[in-house]
Design a protein around this ligand. Structure first.
Ligand SMILES: [Ca+2]
Ligand SMILES: [Ca+2]
Ligand SMILES: [Ca+2]
Length: 587
């Protein structure tokens, strides 16, 4: 043992770069024959969420070879099967099961989906057979016919299964169970190869030492380059149900979906650059969906009436017109600045299927894609094309399972790919239905008295008066998402979200008034709508006392009418939906 270390050390001294590249910069190929996987795309995803390779399956029986770039972290990688679009839109066929524990694969309660760090540079998986799981045929998984010798069979890498099927398959990970492990593996884990050797975090033999400290959970502003627990990255599988966090709608497998789960970290991925293991980067995808026209025109809710009642046709039209999908920029990987950024959909019908360069971030600091217009940032001169204009129909609405890949090229000539999905997509807006000044007596909004306008059906907005010391009480329907494959019903009220007045066009503007954020504590888990008895949120807005004439803005509220957004955001990572209402300040 000692002599082996000595040999490595002396090699490192002789040719430090070559030695480092030797231990890190290994490329891998993974080959297999896929049976029954037509219209799926196979992704090779690293244990920390880097997309290492992908291949589209176009025939019912196809040989594929996936070739990775140089990496020191093949250990933990999984093969994921996602939609290639077309007839397979929205399909997610989970992980490839590389082997199982025990004698009978068909009875296994633990399966192996991850490659081991000591995997052969030429992994041969033989025949992979696709198993359909959900009645719709939209979900399933694949398994190898024989246990692969390259599978990681250690306890920490095992996946909970039922009769050989990873537990998360069939519900996009919604229901899972309890984590097998919770030990502190990190993106740059203890014992991982590292460089330069002989530093505070990297011992003389070039292995990580010490327990890296992760950032607090759920902090969207957490610095790029931070070290995070591998379980918390896009490639991690916190609840060991076989569905990596990037595709799991409920990372930790409790009763609360990611969108409502404040304990779910913002999605991160980590990479190594072939010579060094590196910290994590943010890669978030979410949707913005706002009704900002006068007279509530364009506001949709499953509990609405007449033209305000959400249905597939008006949802499709409204998404086409107003939805933006937002991607967080990756500015730096492995200490090198990003020079070029590219984005594509993986089998997403409304997105480019080949990489398109994103030439700049928008004024908001991220990439805001106006999906229907096929433009980034704006439809005016400030924007640029991403894909082409797209008209959504009733059968091809965006889903939370739609998968995207971002590729970045860094100053040091390396390139990296990352992949993820949005998890959920807003299809309706919050809709306020009554208001008052005492929390007892309410005036109802009559959405049935519609008038036609160039913006579509609207109503004459009521004059909502509020004095400086008065509290405005609002009753609001929650926004909804569509049921996902395997759920019953059509619309689900989104539970556990945060409701905040946003005052970008106030009198004067004070922006978002975080002091009045109320979190929905009544509805804890997304719930099928109940049209017989719609549930509402009650918002209590002390605008005069909490948003104006107080720090941090210290701006006086001026009398007169102004526009407010009822903004609804997930408690977990990303996105918002909003309805604009007019409020009149009377002194
Ligand atoms: Ca999972
Ligand atoms: Ca997730
Ligand atoms: Ca959860």
């Amino acid at each position: 043992m000692i002599s082996a270390v000595a040999v490595i050390a002396s090699l490192a001294l002789a040719t430090p770069v070559a030695a480092a590249v030797q231990s890190f910069g290994k490329t891998y190929t993974v080959s297999a024959t896929i049976k029954g996987g037509k219209n799926l795309t196979v992704l090779l995803v690293s244990g920390s969420g880097r997309l290492l390779a992908s291949k589209k399956v176009t025939t019912t029986k196809q040989n594929i070879t996936l070739s990775s770039p140089a990496t020191g972290a093949i250990g933990g990688s999984t093969l994921q099967l996602v939609s290639s679009g077309g007839a397979a839109k929205g399909n997610y066929y989970g992980p490839v099961v590389l082997g199982s524990k025990g004698k009978s694969a068909a009875k296994a309660s633990r399966v192996y989906t991850r490659l081991k760090q000591a995997a052969s540079s030429k992994v041969k998986l033989g025949t992979l057979t696709i198993h359909k799981v959900s009645a719709s045929g939209k979900q399933g998984y694949a398994s190898a016919s024989v246990n692969s010798k390259d599978a990681d069979t250690s306890t920490g890498a095992q996946v909970n299964a039922s009769r050989g099927k990873p537990l998360g398959v069939g519900t996009y990970g919604k229901t899972a169970g309890v984590s097998i492990r919770s030990y502190g593996v990190s993106a740059t884990a203890f014992g991982d190869p590292c460089s330069p050797a002989g530093t505070q975090t990297c011992d003389q033999s070039g292995h990580e030492v010490g327990q890296p400290i992760g950032p607090p959970n759920g902090q969207p502003g957490a610095q790029q380059g931070a070290v995070v627990s591998k379980d918390d990255t896009l490639g991690g599988d916190l609840d060991d149900d076989g569905i990596p966090n990037a595709f799991d709608v409920n990372d930790d497998g409790d009763a609360v979906l990611d969108s409502a789960d404040t304990a779910t970290p913002a999605p991160k991925a980590a990479a190594d650059n072939g010579t060094t293991t590196c910290g994590a980067v943010d890669f978030r995808i979410f949707t913005n969906y706002k009704a900002t026209q006068g007279g509530y025109a364009g506001t949709l809710n499953a509990y609405g009436v007449g033209p305000f009642q959400a249905n597939p046709t008006n949802i499709a039209a409204t998404i086409t017109k107003t939805m933006s999908m937002v991607f967080s920029p990756i500015t730096q990987v492995c200490g090198s600045s990003v020079k070029h950024t590219y984005l594509k959909g993986v089998g997403v019908t409304y997105a480019p299927s080949e990489y398109v360069e994103l030439t700049k971030t928008c004024g908001t600091g991220d990439y805001q894609w106006l999906i229907g217009a096929g433009k980034m940032c704006g439809t005016d001169a400030s924007g640029y094309s991403f894909g082409s204009a797209y008209n959504f129909g009733t059968t091809d609405l965006p889903t939370g399972q739609d998968t995207f890949s971002m590729k970045v090229e860094t100053e040091d000539g390396k390139n990296y790919e990352f992949t993820s999905s949005a998890g959920f997509v807003f299809v309706t807006h919050p809709m306020f239905i009554a208001y008052g000044n005492d929390g007892v007596n309410y005036t109802n909004i009559d959405y049935s008295a519609t008038i036609q306008s160039p913006e579509g059906a609207r109503i004459n907005e009521p004059t909502i008066n509020v004095g400086p010391a008065q509290t405005l009480w609002l009753k609001v329907y929650r926004p909804q998402r569509l049921a996902i494959d395997g759920e019953t019903g059509t619309f689900y009220d989104l539970a556990g979200f945060k409701f905040t007045p946003d005052i970008p066009n106030g009198n004067p503007s004070v922006g978002k008034c975080d002091a009045l954020t109320s979190t929905d504590l009544e509805m804890k888990t997304d719930t099928p709508i109940n049209t017989a008895d719609p549930s509402t949120m009650t918002l209590k807005w002390d605008i005069g006392a909490k948003c104006y004439s107080v720090p941090p803005k210290n701006i006086a509220w001026a009398p007169g009418p102004a526009d407010f957004d009822i903004q609804v955001e997930p408690s977990g990572p990303g996105g918002n939906s909003a309805q604009k209402i007019r409020i009149t300040y009377v002194s």
